[in-house]
Design a protein around this ligand. Sequence first.
Ligand code: 5GP
Length: 362
Amino acid sequence: MKWWVSMPKIELHAHLNGSIRDSTLLELARALGEKGVIVFSDVEHVIMKNDRSLGEVFKLFDLIHILTTDHKTVTRITKEVVEDFASENVVYIELRTTPKKNDSIGMSKHSYMEAVVEGLRAVTAVDIDFGPHKFNTQDSLNSIAMNDACDGTKRKKIYVRLLLSIDRRETTEAAIETVKLALEMRDLGVVGIDLSGNPVVGEWKTFLPALKFAQEQGLYITLHCGEVPNRQEVQPMLDFLPQRIGHAIFFEEEEWRQLKTSKIPVEICLTSNIKTESISSIDIHHFVDLYSAKHPLVLCTDDAGVFSTSLSNEYKLASTAFGLGKREMFELARNGIECIFAGDEVKQDLVETFDSAAKKLN
Ligand code: 5GP
């Protein structure tokens, strides 16, 4: 097995509905096609298309949401996504999703999230700890040893924590509703709030009251920041001092300085940035500058399904593109522990997992 697959990894920027297997999406589309809800031949090529601009990605999400937004499907995709990440030795994931309301099928934001948690409960292929459901010590020790073996056949274990996303199309009230839901679901593994959705839609001031409320209540916050040029937003977002930001592409000189001084960790999504043409070529990706400055960074997938990637693939890509060896990539992955939104006990367990994997790194 290649080292980028076998080494333990931490995923901190993965959107649930962006991480669905193509095969599942096609199966769901075919079923809705048979019911006459959609025309399958119209959507097949949209699902299979590989390179999409950022605008096309958001059109695809509208289609994906038609296919997936019922309780049973939400549960299914959550289970599959977690098992897929675990299968490539992701040992800790923060999975983010936008709680959705769909009155026509009796779905509230709350019941959507219950369906997600049901998906976590349904995970059977690996050992899972998602807050209320914890590894017990004996299992934990056994699982660590098995994880280190990394031969793809033994039982793996994964920590899962949830982030609730506020979609930039939402109103202040809807965003506050999401934060309240996150607070209610804290003991079900919800640890924080994400701001995402089409970056050319909505204004920072609409979401600020909800984000401030979340911050006051002690939820962790990560913001999609600088995905498109927007001088009105980047600086206020950095001033807000979120615990992490995603992407950080379109920054001015002064904003890079502020980011580096603040040491806010950045979730880097290489394939996503290249495929959406937010960055024209990987050689000029800001990863290089931030990595050289020893700024806290985590490699992430963003939307493993939509961009046909995996976290292992992101590590391989960074290694090849930036000339980093196996040990440097291992250190990069391990440094991600400091950026997670979980407590010291989980961090300590992850340190042990990485330490024991390090012994086998040759
Ligand atoms: P969901 O929240 O439905 O589980 O995952 C899909 C949603 O995540 C999209 O509708 C969008 O709001 C958000 N999302 C996924 N990928 C991106 C991205 O690259 N940029 C931004 N800003 N939002 C994204």
